[in-house]
Design a protein around this ligand. Structure first.
Ligand code: CP
Ligand code: NVA
Length: 312
């Protein structure tokens, strides 16, 4: 399509609406191709190095399978393997690994660490989740919403719960692509100010509406997408008890879903903590999109990989 990409995929905020839309179009095409005979080996001979400082099911397996389906390969590096920033500095890891693999995917605690990797790496770096954001998740989420509603433009997306990494990336992709975004969560658990300000800028460019309310009932009125995530993200385990006291009013249960648009879908990046942020009845109910959404990680990431390798 002639869209020139950046070297790295670190944050949704770094990409223009056109670039994001172009990647989503490619994801739709690759998904269709995959289910009608398979993808051509666009990444033949390419290897993705995958650094994980935290556990993962979806990110690990979907990236690995994405590389294989495209004729390439992936290498999993577990938390205690390379000791990113502990056994060896991030700058040294980045420069060494750049000579062995063709791209690096990293799941880190501190967002600065993925930025540091990208700074020193000569191959593309993909953010597979940091404490700030989760851009690969947002690509799969946008794909899922577009499959259901045909577009993101004008679609009412409500995130109920913690203003965390998943919430930040979701707000950014929704506002970039002209959807309306609402966040509802308890005081003290808002998104970082800087992330909110960026989202408001994207919204004013695309014409989307943004709302913040402490009242989850008000937040889901007219919602076409209700999204939630864990109350306690990886790395925040020490705060779990405290969080379990304030988040129960923000549980996505049948009552809350019944207050939204009757054709709404319910989304969750997973893993789900059933009985906390979401109930079984909702996760397994008629509005749930959580499994197609998880499967879309595969297709969205193929598009990210293909675009980055085309750029490199
Ligand atoms: N949604 C998501 O990123 O899942 P994993 O933590 O299992 O990769
Ligand atoms: N917010 C969650 C997402 C997990 C995919 C976390 O960071 O643990």
């Amino acid at each position: 399509t002639g869209v020139v990409m950046k070297k790295d995929f670190i944050s949704i905020q770094d990409y223009t609406p056109e670039e994001l839309q172009s990647m989503l179009d490619l994801a739709i095409q690759l998904k269709k191709e995959y289910f009608s005979g398979g993808n051509p080996p666009l990444l033949k001979g390419k290897v993705l190095g995958m650094i994980f400082q935290k556990p993962s099911l979806r990110t690990r397996v979907s990236f690995d399978m994405a590389m294989r389906h495209l004729g390439g390969d992936a290498l999993y590096l577990s938390p205690n393997e390379i000791g990113l920033g502990q056994r060896e500095s991030i700058a040294d890891v980045a420069r060494v690994l750049s000579g062995y693999v063709h791209a690096i995917m990293a799941r880190v605690f501190a967002h600065e660490h993925v930025l540091e990797l990208a700074k020193w790496s000569s191959v593309p770096v993909i953010n597979g989740l940091s404490d700030y954001d989760h851009p690969c998740q947002a690509m799969a989420d946008a794909l899922t919403i577009i499959e259901k509603f045909g577009t993101l433009k004008g679609v009412n997306v409500t995130f109920v719960g913690d203003g965390n990494n998943v919430c930040v990336s979701l707000m950014h992709i929704v506002t970039k692509l002209g959807g309306n975004f609402t966040h509802s969560g308890p005081e003290g658990y808002d998104m970082p100010k800087q992330a909110v300000e960026l989202g408001l800028q994207f919204a004013s460019k695309s014409g989307s509406k943004v709302r913040f309310t402490r009242d989850p009932h008000e937040a889901v009125r007219d919602a076409q997408v209700i999204y939630t995530d864990t109350w306690t993200s990886m790395g925040q385990e020490a705060e779990a008890k405290e969080r379990e006291k304030v988040f129960p009013p923000y549980q996505v249960n049948e009552q809350l879903v019944s207050e939204a648009d009757k054709d709404c879908i319910v989304m969750h990046c997973l893993p789900a903590h059933r009985g906390q942020e979401i109930t079984d009845a909702v996760a397994d109910g008629p509005h749930s999109a959580i499994f197609p959404q998880a499967h879309n990680r595969l297709h969205a990431q193929k598009a990210i990989l293909v675009r980055l390798f085309q750029a490199g």
